[in-house]
Each structure stands twice: as structure tokens, then as C-alpha cells.
Design a protein. Structure first.
Ligand code: PBG
Length: 326
């Protein structure tokens, strides 16, 4: 490896050489497009903090999914914004709700796009928390075990409406096992679970909460989402979810946690997804709008880094656009 016998620049000299010797290749089919569908909309609404992304109507979500599929994108993950919320998030499991309705329409229109249904209560609870809240004021607390049956019911409703995978993002303990048992009991033994296993309490979810209309009305999500300072704990979360029956695991947000993606991949050798979240997207969009970054180059660099870290699947708001670039 010693200079001058070895000159590492030799294989970088032309675009053709760089292309041939590239170690990490992004492919459209590894990308997943997040889609928001809002009950009662008759046309899509732009999301101010996520330029280029929309809250969709039942019609426009099908168009967006078809466009993603045409571009070669592998999957879509669906988030619902219901017309009515309630304290227990019962709407999450309503078979007539906006997500099951969208799943049915999408399954019929775009059958070979993998449909992932996010499972959480935060879009459905009046208080915006991911679980059932017990106690008042300073004693308010998200009740773990009471939340599990709600999540399990929602997962079954989505599987029955046509979801190819369910993806619990709530971070309650034991939810993968509860969802697996409920799916099996409902005759959905073949529906896989993609668990948001290592999900951090992150500042980068801000724009998503505008899009999903799900900010917590009091407090934060630190009683269940992980401390960004912890990585060993992420391995314990992943191990536990796999033991409970997760078929694939997710690390989120992706960019700040590339080391976690790599450690999960090396340790468990299971399918690993990584979610490049709303704030990671919005930050680049905002800088690009000022002419401070080139959006396309920056986005592809970030996505390549996530794949290089070990992600097999990348959830990204750039999915459809990036598939076009690739
Ligand atoms: C919860 C959920 C969140 C995201 C995905 N699922 C928000 C949260 O935990 O507050 C964030 C995704 C993003 O920021 O793009 N249902």
C-alpha cells in the first residue's frame, strides 16, 4: 500500500472507473416513500416544513404511489391523519378509517408496491401521545401495557385492509409480541412486522408532526423513545424485538445513527431498515432553497452513507425523486 507503488488516485481518475469500483450502490427498489393521507381532503395540501411533500387525499395518494412505483421505488409507508381523534386512539384500529381505506385503494391500483402501515396511536389521540395516557397533570403517564391491545388491533386492521407489512413506531415495550400474537390469531401468520426497534427521541421529527398533525399536546416522547446518547441499548431493543417476532428492524433517525445501523447489521445479520426522517430532509431542502447546498448531490451522498452503514432498506422523503436521479 506504499506510495509510489500504490497510488490510490488511479481508480478515481475517470467517472467510468469510479462507477466500476464503487462499493455501495443505491437502487430505487431499496427505497420506501412515506405518504400522508388525510381523511376528508379532496385535493392534496402542501406541507410547509417539507417542501415537495403533501398531505394526500384518497385519490392523490394513489397517484403518488403509482408515480413512486413507476420510478422504481420498492415500497411506501402510510401515515393517516384522521378527521376525529379520541383520548384512547380508537380510530387507529377503525377498519373504516383513512389508512385502511387508502390501503385498499393502493393495493388495487399499485399491487406490486410493498405497502407498509405505520402502527402508532399519536395521530389518533387527542393528546398526540403514542399510547394511552393515565393520570393527570404532573402524574400523567403513558401506560405501556394498556396500549398494547390498541396497537395490536390497529395492526390487524391494516393487515386485513391490504398492508404487506406492519411497522410499529410507538416504542412501547412488548408491542412486537402483542402484534405478532394478534396477527396470528386473526389468521395473518404471514404478515411480517418491521419494527421501529431503535427509535430515538429526536429533534428531527419536527416537520413530520406538522404533516401528521401529531405533536404531543403536553410533555415529550422521552419516556419511550431512546436517548440519542445510547447505542448498546439499541442492540438490546433490537434483540428483544427479534425475539418477539420482528422480521426486520429499523433504526431511526438514520443520519445521526449510522454507527447504530452498522452495529445492528454486524451483530444480528437481519434485514435492517433506516428512516431518513422529516428533519433530515427539511434541513437539506432549506439550505438548498438558499443556494447553500446542491440538493441532489447532498441527498444522494446522505442516502449512500445510510446504505454504506448497512441499511438494506431506506425510508426517505426523496424516494421517488432519488429513484429518478438513479
Ligand atoms: C410516530 C412516528 C413519528 C415518525 C414516524 N412515526 C413521529 C414521532 O415519533 O414523533 C417520524 C418520521 C419523520 O420525522 O419523518 N407515528
Amino acid at each position: 500500500m506504499k506510495y509510489p507503488a500504490t497510488r490510490l488516485r488511479r481508480l478515481r481518475r475517470t467517472p467510468a472507473l469510479r462507477r466500476l469500483f464503487r462499493e455501495t450502490r443505491l437502487a430505487p427498489e431499496m427505497l420506501v416513500q412515506p405518504l400522508f393521507v388525510k381523511e376528508g381532503l379532496d385535493r392534496p395540501v402542501e406541507i410547509a416544513s417539507m417542501p415537495g411533500q403533501r398531505q394526500h387525499s384518497l385519490r392523490s395518494v394513489v397517484e403518488a404511489a403509482a408515480k413512486a412505483r413507476e420510478a422504481g421505488v420498492g415500497g411506501a409507508i402510510l401515515f393517516g391523519v384522521p378527521a376525529r381523534k379520541d383520548p384512547r386512539g380508537d380510530g387507529a384500529a377503525d377498519p373504516a378509517g383513512v389508512v385502511p381505506a387508502a390501503l385498499r385503494a393502493l393495493k388495487a391500483a399499485v399491487p406490486d408496491l410493498v405497502l407498509i402501515a405505520d402502527v402508532c396511536l399519536c395521530e389518533y389521540t387527542t393528546h398526540g401521545h403514542c399510547g394511552i395516557v393515565v393520570g393527570e397533570g404532573p402524574h400523567a403517564e403513558i401506560a405501556n401495557d394498556e396500549t398494547l391491545p390498541q396497537l395490536a388491533r390497529a395492526a390487524v386492521a391494516y393487515a386485513e385492509a391490504g398492508a404487506d407489512l406492519v411497522a410499529p413506531s410507538d416504542m412501547m415495550d412488548g408491542r412486537v409480541g402483542a402484534i405478532r400474537a394478534a396477527l396470528d390469531a386473526a389468521g395473518r401468520k404471514e404478515t411480517p412486522i418491521l419494527s421501529y426497534a431503535a427509535k430515538y427521541a429526536s429533534a428531527f421529527y419536527g416537520p413530520f408532526r406538522d404533516a401528521a398533525e401529531s405533536p404531543p399536546s403536553f410533555g415529550d416522547r422521552k419516556s419511550h423513545q431512546m436517548d440519542p446518547a445510547n447505542a448498546d441499548e439499541a442492540l438490546r431493543e433490537v434483540a428483544q424485538d427479534l425475539e418477539e417476532g420482528a422480521d426486520a428492524v429499523m433504526v431511526k433517525p438514520a443520519g445521526p445513527n449510522l454507527d447504530v445501523i452498522r452495529r445492528v447489521k454486524d451483530r444480528f445479520q437481519v434485514p435492517v431498515a433506516a428512516y431518513q426522517v422529516s428533519g433530515e430532509y427539511a434541513a437539506v431542502k432549506a439550505a438548498a432553497a438558499r443556494g447553500w447546498l446542491d440538493e441532489r448531490t447532498a441527498a444522494l451522498e446522505l442516502l449512500t452513507a445510510i446504505a454504506r452503514a448497512g441499511a438494506d432498506v431506506v425510508l426517505t422523503y426523496w424516494a421517488t425523486e432519488a429513484a429518478g436521479w438513479l
